[in-house]
Design a protein around this ligand. Structure first.
Ligand code: CP
Length: 329
C-alpha cells in the first residue's frame, strides 16, 4: 500500500528552528521514534514516500548531512538525486535561483540545500514552490542538526526539560550553535556559551530574545562553563571560515578550551559529550574522549538518519505518522 494520507498542514520549509513551537519539536521527536523503529527492522524500507523526488543540492562539502538525507529518502522509498556545485551547471555560472527552478522543473518535491552563504536557503525557498530544507547556510542555521541533537539528548537523558547545556568552541561561525540555541531555549534549557572572546562577542546573545523561557549566558572560562552541565556540546573549530586574528595558535586554543577528561569530571555524573562532526581530534575534544562512554557522537550520526526521515515524511505526508505508509513495502 503506497497511499499517503496527509493528516494536517505542517511547515512548508525547514529553514531554522526560530519559527518552531514546542509542539513542533515534540512532534518531530515522536515521528523520529517511529522512524527509528523502521531502522531497527531487518528490511529497512517502507513505501511512505514512493513516487516523491528529493534533490540534495550541496554547494559545500558534507558527509553526515548529505548521506543521511539520501539514506532517509531511500528508506522511505523516495527517489533521491544528489547535485553538487562542482558537477552541475552551477560550475558554469548558473545562479542559485535558476538552479532551484531547474530542479523544480525536473520534478523535485523537496530540495535539501547546503550553501556557504547565510540566507541562501531562504532565497531558494522564496523562489520555488517545492519544499526546501536548509542543510546548513553559512554561519546561520542547521536545523536538522539541532533536531537530531535534541533527539539524542531526549533518547539518552529521557527528557528535554531542566537541562544545563554548555556549548564550547567556535560559536561565532557555528550554524549548529545558532539552531541549537533556538531549539534549546524552546525546551527551557539553561544554555552556557563558551569560546575565546574573539569567537564569542558579548553582543551575540542579544540576537536571542527568549521571553523568560530558558536562559542564555556567556562564560569564557571553560572550567566554570562545564560545571554541573548535563550536556557538553563541543563545536568544530571552523578553519575554513576563520579570518586572521580571531584565534590564538591552535595549541593555545586546545590548552584553554579543549574538552579534556579532567574538564568532563567537572560536569554532572552521566554527562553527555556531543559534537556535530566532523571532529578535529585533539583540538575541540581530546582524542580519547571521542570514543569515551560519555560520548554520543556516533549516536548523533545514527539519529541523523531517523530525524531526517521524520522531516522528509512530515513535509510530504503530514505532521503525524500514518501507520499504513510506514508498514513494510
Ligand atoms: N554535522 C554536519 O553538518 O556534518 P557534515 O558537514 O559532514 O554534513
Amino acid at each position: 500500500m503506497t497511499t499517503i494520507t496527509p493528516t494536517s498542514k505542517w511547515h512548508k520549509n525547514i529553514l531554522d528552528l526560530d519559527n518552531f513551537t514546542r509542539a513542533d519539536i515534540d512532534s518531530v521527536m515522536q515521528t523520529t521514534d517511529a522512524m527509528k523503529e523502521i531502522m531497527q527492522r531487518d528490511i529497512r524500507k517502507v513505501p511512505a514516500l514512493r513516487g516523491k523526488t528529493i534533490i540534495t543540492l550541496f554547494y559545500e562539502a558534507s558527509t553526515r548531512t548529505r548521506v543521511s538525507f539520501e539514506q532517509a529518502g531511500k528508506i522511505l522509498s523516495a527517489d533521491v538525486i544528489n547535485v553538487t556545485a562542482q558537477s552541475s551547471s552551477i560550475s558554469k555560472g548558473e545562479s542559485l535561483i535558476d538552479t532551484g527552478k531547474t530542479l523544480q522543473a525536473t520534478g523535485a518535491d523537496i530540495i535539501v540545500i547546503r550553501h556557504p552563504s547565510s540566507g541562501a536557503a531562504y532565497l531558494l525557498a522564496q523562489n520555488v514552490n517545492c519544499n526546501v530544507i536548509n542543510a546548513g547556510d553559512g554561519w546561520h542555521a542547521h536545523p536538522s542538526q539541532a533536531l537530531l541533537d535534541l533527539y539524542t539528548i531526549r533518547e539518552k537523558l529521557k527528557r528535554l526539560d531542566n537541562l544545563k547545556v554548555t556549548l564550547v568552541g567556535d560559536v561565532l561561525h557555528s550554524r549548529v550553535a545558532r539552531s541549537n540555541i533556538w531549539g534549546l531555549l524552546n525546551v527551557g534549557a539553561e544554555i552556557v556559551l563558551c569560546a575565546p572572546p574573539t569567537l564569542l562577542p558579548k553582543i551575540f546573545i542579544e540576537a536571542y530574545p527568549h521571553n523568560g523561557k530558558g536562559s542564555l549566558t556567556i562564560e569564557y572560562d571553560v572550567n566554570k562553563a562545564v560545571k554541573d552541565a548535563d550536556v557538553i556540546m563541543a563545536l568544530r573549530l571552523q578553519t575554513e571560515r576563520q579570518q586572521s586574528g580571531l584565534l590564538p595558535s591552535l595549541g593555545e586554543y586546545s590548552e584553554r578550551w579543549q574538552i579534556t577528561p579532567k574538564r568532563l569530571e567537572l560536569a554532572k555524573p552521566g554527562v553527555m559529550l556531543m559534537h556535530p562532526g566532523p571532529v578535529n581530534r585533539g583540538v575541540e575534544v581530546s582524542s580519547e574522549l571521542v570514543e569515551h562512554e560519555s560520548s554520543v557522537i556516533e549516536e548523533q550520526v545514527k539519529n541523523g538518519v531517523a530525524v531526517r526521515m521524520a522531516l522528509l515524511y512530515m513535509l510530504l505526508a503530514g505532521s503525524k505518522p500514518n501507520e499504513t505508509s510506514l508498514a513494510h513495502s
